[in-house]
Design a protein around this ligand. Structure first.
Ligand SMILES: Cc1ncc(COP(=O)(O)O)c(C=O)c1O
Length: 451
């Protein structure tokens, strides 16, 4: 490794960062994170902070998960790569497919298809949804329904069902035949109410109306996050997902649960679908499946969808989709170790308990700081929305949000900002003391922005 000065001088000079303007990155280079231990990270200046971002919603077990590191090291020695395209497979992958079928049994999902990350998993779900209907003799079912404010990664399919214009406008035209419904968002919605159940019912009516307009026999699938993450941690009313499931069932539309964030305990339940008592037809997962240590994802497939493909007798059922790194043996070994540790540590229970403490603490901060317009969360995915005027709900200025971020960091905690939202998704192994550390630092950050 080159010396520190070299690294600092070349920061953002020869690479473009995701989700950032290259000129802005050159003017204000990003923080250089050099190491991680437990729930903390250390930057190049040697400053240690608690990582309330959890990497990017993915380092659920923290940075020192030795069993996962060891599994990766051992697998690199044994077999660092081999393809899983037709004709070959590998042992850890077969074992992983068995473990995942057990893990997702309560969600009614029994088959897996492996990918290199969340966007790949979403793309796989969308493509398999269309193919499912072709296999079933309904080739005109090609359209997708999604939610505004939903986030589904950045492939063209994912961007097309994405509900935030930041990820769409500069890449248009996107896929035709995608319909967006309003998000189940109590703080901002077009229904002039803050009642979650009313909002859920209103979205249900719009969905039905759209189905009647488009023709049910043209719609392949509805894709939703059980708790909307990157869109600002939007927690739907408990009636929302069951209602969407029921409408999908009545019209032969598949339900895709995008659980790239929620699949392994983050909401306090083992999956977001289980949280709401719903069984999806397909589920996209990634991120915490390897604790973020290896780029990997899995699409989980229901018995109904599996049966259609597996009983197909012609080439329509042939899967013309997949990636060089689908079923990577090192990723599979990492995932096996991660699942074992995740279950052993019962992180879903900790996420539920610590999440309640974090949410209560954020609500207390809202009473203290005018800057906080709204507080939202479920388990260890929480957000505060910053406003310049509470009555008008006008979003806080960019420099104010940046100040909160920087001052919180100075006070010892890394948070993530997205628009006017401050998002927190710490590792699921945080202690009650860690939650207090996050709240104390955020309090200091909010106070500094007001000063
Ligand atoms: C719900 C959801 N779907 C898909 C993705 C895309 O995953 P990736 O960034 O691994 O491609 C994300 C990433 O945050 C996500 O939150």
């Amino acid at each position: 490794m080159r010396e520190t000065n070299f690294i600092i001088e070349n920061n953002a000079r020869h690479l473009w960062h995701p989700m950032a303007h290259p000129a802005e990155m050159q003017a204000h280079p990003p923080r250089i994170v050099n190491s991680g231990e437990g729930v903390e990270i250390v930057d190049i200046q040697g400053k240690k902070v608690l990582d309330a971002v959890g990497g990017l919603w993915n380092v659920n077990l923290g940075y020192s998960c030795e069993p996962v590191k060891k599994a990766i090291r051992d697998q690199l020695d044994e077999l660092p790569y081999y393809s899983t395209f037709r004709g070959t497979t590998n042992s850890p992958l077969i074992e992983l497919s068995y473990e995942l079928a057990e893990w997702f049994k309560p969600d009614g999902l029994s088959r897996s298809f492996f990918t290199s990350g969340g966007s790949d998993s979403v793309e796989t779900c969308l493509r398999l949804a269309r193919q499912y209907h072709k296999v079933n003799g309904q080739p005109e079912r090609t359209k997708f329904v999604a939610l505004k404010k939903g986030y589904h990664g950045t492939h063209f399919g994912g961007a097309s069902v994405n509900g935030n214009q930041n990820f769409r406008r500069n890449y248009e035209p996107l896929l035709p035949g995608v319909i967006h419904l309003p998000a189940p968002f109590t703080y901002r919605n077009p229904f002039n109410t803050t009642d979650g159940a009313e909002i859920a019912a209103a979205i249900g009516r719009l969905f039905e109306d759209e189905i009647a307009f488009q023709g049910a026999d043209t719609i392949a699938a509805l894709i939703v996050e059980p708790v909307l993450g990157a869109g600002g941690v939007i927690v739907p009313h408990e009636t929302f997902l069951p209602l969407m499931r029921e409408i999908c069932d009545r019209h032969g539309i598949l339900l895709i649960a995008d659980e790239v964030i929620t699949a392994f305990g983050r909401t306090g339940a083992w999956t977001g679908s289980r949280l709401w008592g719903v069984k999806p037809d397909m589920m996209s997962t990634a991120k915490a499946i390897t604790n973020g240590y290896f780029p990997f994802g899995a699409v989980m497939i229901s018995d109904k969808v599996a049966e259609a493909f597996e009983s197909n007798k012609n080439s329509v059922g042939n899967i013309g989709h997949g990636y060089t790194y689908s079923g990577h043996p090192v990723g599979a070994a990492a995932a096996l170790a991660t699942l074992k540790e995740t279950r052993k540590l019962d992180v879903a229970a900790n996420a539920a308990a610590r999440g309640e403490e974090l949410l209560a603490g954020l609500k207390a901060l809202q009473n203290k700081h005018e800057l906080i317009g709204d507080v939202r969360g479920k388990g260890l995915m929480c957000a505060i929305e910053l406003v310049s005027d509470r009555a008008k709900k006008s979003g806080a200025a960019k420099d104010v949000v940046q100040k909160v971020h920087d001052a919180t960091y100075e006070a010892g905690v890394m948070v993530r900002t997205s628009g006017a939202n401050v998002i927190m998704s710490p590792p699921l192994i945080v202690t009650a003391g860690d939650v207090q550390t996050i709240l104390t630092a955020l309090d200091a950050g909010l106070a500094a922005a007001r000063a």
